[in-house]
Design a protein around this ligand. Sequence first.
Ligand SMILES: [Zn+2]
Length: 130
Amino acid sequence: MSRPQSRPEREAAFMKEAKRMYEQLEDWYDQHPQASFGEIEAEARKRRRELMGKALEQVVNGRDAGVQVKAPSCSHCGAVMVFAGYRKWGIHGLEGDSELERAYYVCPNCKGETFFPPGSETEVTGGSLE
Ligand SMILES: [Zn+2]
C-alpha cells in the first residue's frame, strides 16, 4: 500500500471492502436459501465487525502514518534519523479490529534508538523506545 492516500483512494479501498462483504453475504444466502431474517442478520453482524475494522484501518493508515518530510533528529546524539519502515500493531476496537501502522525512524549511531512520530489515533506520544 502506498501511503498516504488521497481521500478518493481511501474511499475506493473502503468501497472495495464493502463490496467484498456484500458479495460474501450474497454467497452465504445462496447457500442458505431457507435462512430466517435473524440468521441472515447474524451473518451480517459477523462481517460488520470485520468491515468496520477495515474501514478504521483505512481512514487512519491512509491519512497519516507518521511519515515526516524532514526526518527527526536523534535525542541522544543529534544525528538525522533514518526512516526504517512501518510498525504494525493490532487494536481491538469497539466496532472492529484494526491493524494500524506507524512510521518509525532509527538512529544510525545509537543502537536501539527509535522514534515514532506522534499520532493521536494511535496514542503514540513520540520519543524513543528500546
Ligand atoms: Zn543517536
